[in-house]
Design a protein around this ligand. Structure first.
Ligand SMILES: [Zn+2]
Length: 147
């Protein structure tokens, strides 16, 4: 099992390259009193490494919901579907932002949005308030949406 410890240098690299936004729901760290955390995309428990290509920046809500999960079941097909991987997937290929709702457009998007609870009532209310304040989506988030 790889060492799960993420040193300061690696932490800084992960935060800087995302411009301090959650790579799942695209909320800026500055808009979260709880901040963001460095997440192992493939958890250490499943053999994921503590290297830049397996780490992403995630808000506490996304990170807590994701935990060590790797994916979920598509209930229409019964298939096991992996989560969106911020290192190899483009956000805009799996999700669309529809006002404050993050709409999944692929199976990968669907399991990710559902398990990470992108559209829970409180999170929609939070995004509505950020949109009204002109703080969501940020310029960095728009780059991911349109890529
Ligand atoms: Zn998030």
């Amino acid at each position: 099992m790889s060492n799960p410890y993420i040193n300061v240098e690696l932490r800084r690299l992960v935060a800087n390259r995302t411009d301090y936004i959650c790579e799942y729901c695209l909320v800026s760290e500055v808009n979260r009193s709880s901040g963001c955390q460095v997440d192992h995309i493939i958890s250490v428990k499943h053999g994921g490494s503590t290297t830049a290509d397996n780490l992403c920046y995630a808000c506490i809500f996304c990170n807590l919901q994701k935990g060590s999960d790797l994916g979920s079941i598509n209930w229409q097909t019964g298939e096991l579907v992996r989560f969106f991987n911020p290192r190899r997937d483009f956000w805009g290929e799996h999700f669309q932002l529809n006002a404050a709702v993050i709409q999944p457009i692929t199976d990968i998007g669907e399991v990710t949005a559902r398990i990470l609870d992108f559209n829970g009532d409180e999170r929609i209310l939070e995004r509505q308030a950020l949109i009204a304040a002109g703080q969501y989506p940020s310029a960095s988030a728009i780059k991911r949406i349109n890529k």
